[in-house]
Design a protein around this ligand. Structure first.
Ligand SMILES: NC(=O)c1ccc[n+]([C@@H]2O[C@H](COP(=O)([O-])OP(=O)(O)OC[C@H]3O[C@@H](n4cnc5c(N)ncnc54)[C@H](OP(=O)(O)O)[C@@H]3O)[C@@H](O)[C@H]2O)c1
Length: 304
């Protein structure tokens, strides 16, 4: 018997319910994994609220959650990819808010030595998206990368990965997160009126902004990108909207192999996720409220 967190109707986080579930034995090509840590992302509350129901209609009830890390407890018949006891990272679309899950083996990545379960559970979405965006931009030595919303899950991962790629980083955040950005190695700029001028004066000490990752997609962030980056081909956004599309800013495309690559960076000590909140799995509704507040400081993790 396992436990899951599910919703039967779209709504605010309080629609989440906690209940027991019987797990099936894994079929061919499937693996059962006992989750030790589960990552929480803005997609989770958006999914529960029904904001994604047009692009990704769900057959309710559904279990939210798209990333976790844990230990293999059973494998399907005639399967050679993983064995009981292997430590793995899981990445899917839904189904993560549970103690144990039966998943397709091709959704798993081996967990490298030296990366704990909490760190591993943050890799697929925030780490994978940040990595994909920076690869898409072709960021490397000589670049000055502007990261809008640099203190959030995606942004804080991107600040570290961009530096691992040899780039200089300017990050935007609220006043409360300026010191945090500096700790991560970014030059910190508060968002709000006058943003473009503040970024320009930070950048000009060593040249201009050469690439932009926008992890918030506000009118202000898009306008700053448009003003600072004549070559819109070097801008990507994780939260595209009408304004970013009109400005010719590309949406992030997830890159093949990103989870293994970020896990390797984590094992090498080049990226560490800040865990701002750890909550028990049964308090998932509270975790979604925290995520929905939109002022993250790294990641939120659920512990089964
Ligand atoms: N397309 C994809 O595949 C994909 C993948 C992952 C995420 N996303 C999307 O990308 C966005 C970011 O995800 P996340 O996980 O990083 O979220 P998060 O952890 O909740 O972080 C959001 C960040 O936005 C910052 N912020 C809030 N208002 C802002 C403003 N007006 N200007 C600049 N920054 C502001 C906050 O910083 P302060 O606290 O300092 O205000 C916070 O750190 C979400 O919309 C998410 O759905 C898309």
């Amino acid at each position: 018997m396992s436990t899951n967190v599910y919703f039967e109707q779209y709504g605010d986080p309080e629609v989440l319910k906690v209940g027991p579930e019987d797990l099936p034995e894994p079929a061919a090509g499937e693996v059962r994994v006992e989750f030790r840590a589960i990552g929480v992302n803005p997609t989770d509350w958006k999914l529960v609220a029904g904001h994604l129901s047009k692009v990704a209609p769900l057959d309710l009830p559904e279990v939210p959650g798209s990333e976790a890390a844990g230990v293999v407890t059973a494998v399907g018949p005639a399967f050679e990819g993983f064995t009981v006891g292997d430590e793995v990272i899981w990445s899917g679309f839904t189904g993560g808010y549970r103690m144990e899950a039966v998943v397709p083996a091709d959704q798993l990545t081996p967990l490298p030595a030296g990366v704990d379960f909490e760190q591993a559970a943050c890799i697929p979405v925030a780490g994978g998206t940040a990595y994909s965006a920076l690869k898409q931009l072709g960021v490397g030595p000589g670049d000055t990368v502007l990261i809008h919303a640099a203190a959030g899950g995606v942004g804080s991962a991107a600040v570290q990965i961009a530096q691992a790629f040899g780039a200089r980083v300017i990050g935007t955040a609220s006043e409360a997160n300026q010191d945090y950005l500096r700790e991560l190695g970014a030059e910190a700029v508060p968002y709000g009126p006058g943003l473009t001028d503040r970024i320009r004066s930070a950048a000009e000490e060593a040249g201009a902004v050469t690439a932009v990752l926008d992890a918030v997609g506000t009118e202000e962030s898009v306008a700053a990108t448009v003003e600072l980056l004549p070559d819109r081909g070097r801008a990507v956004i994780t939260a595209p909207g009408k304004q970013s599309k009109e400005a010719g800013i590309a949406a992030v495309q997830q890159q093949e192999g990103r989870i293994m690559d970020v896990a390797t960076l984590a094992a090498e000590g080049l990226i560490t996720f800040t865990i701002a909140h750890r909550l028990p799995l049964v308090e998932a509704a509270e975790a979604l409220e925290l995520s929905r507040s939109g002022h993250g400081h790294g990641k939120i993790v659920l512990l089964p």
